[in-house]
Design a protein around this ligand. Sequence first.
Ligand SMILES: NC(=O)c1ccc[n+]([C@@H]2O[C@H](COP(=O)([O-])OP(=O)(O)OC[C@H]3O[C@@H](n4cnc5c(N)ncnc54)[C@H](OP(=O)(O)O)[C@@H]3O)[C@@H](O)[C@H]2O)c1
Length: 242
Amino acid sequence: MTWIIVGGSSGLGRALAERFAAAGCELVLLSRDVRDTTPLASHLAIKYAVKVSPVAIDLNCNPLPFAAIDSILEGHLPLKGLLIPAGVNDDSDVVGMGDTTLEYLTRVNYLAPCQLLNHYLPLLEQNSGVIVGFGSVATARGRSRNAAYAAAKSALESYFESLAHHAANSGISCQYYVLGYLDTNLAFAQDLLFPLASVDRIADVVYRRRFSSGRRFLPRPWYILYRAVQFLPWVIFKRLSF
Ligand SMILES: NC(=O)c1ccc[n+]([C@@H]2O[C@H](COP(=O)([O-])OP(=O)(O)OC[C@H]3O[C@@H](n4cnc5c(N)ncnc54)[C@H](OP(=O)(O)O)[C@@H]3O)[C@@H](O)[C@H]2O)c1
């Protein structure tokens, strides 16, 4: 069976590609260009003897070029899963940012993942498939920094909850992972208070739990921190800078 990995060129998406290919899954790897995914696809195809196809797609474009992905899928085994680890943040993502940044962060982190999910939902329902989304502990509470990123990921989480409600009667599995800090580009050069989690370990959990449903925090201790931030009195929270 075939799995689409949206954002399969680096970080968690790359680790998921390695994990699913190792298990014998065919893959379609989406990212803005194919300079990273083409050598990755060749590497995985040789190492695990599976078919892996790179596709260039910019999630910031509207409408999304579904025809390009669909024509690649025609040469693959039936679609079993859609994994959406793609995400982006931006240094200029502070309250009062310009429209271009706001629209870009909203489109890549929320609208495009939902449009992909909507497009492939009927096919995945036919194939008793799997849809997996990825959020962030940044959604615990709105801050002046990462404002649009956190808002988009909160919206994505809500959409995935709606999907889970729908999926309960439709035969698909649907998971949403709220992630703490990862050892990837997205966290690079950021002043972070906590250790970074290995993407290989996260990818392994996602693979092992692929046929379950629900929302989970990874690594799990982040749930405690997430809730603690939510319960902080406003007089303390408003003084924090993180
Ligand atoms: N890193 C962290 O500490 C952290 C913490 C909490 C949550 N998360 C979430 O975890 C997920 C994985 O993060 P990560 O650290 O693995 O990210 P990453 O290493 O920066 O990788 C992001 C992926 O998204 C793709 N992407 C970004 N913008 C795109 C666009 N416009 N069109 C198509 N593809 C695009 C990138 O591909 P190209 O750049 O090649 O196009 C890349 O494959 C994200 O959803 C992120 O929000 C990360």
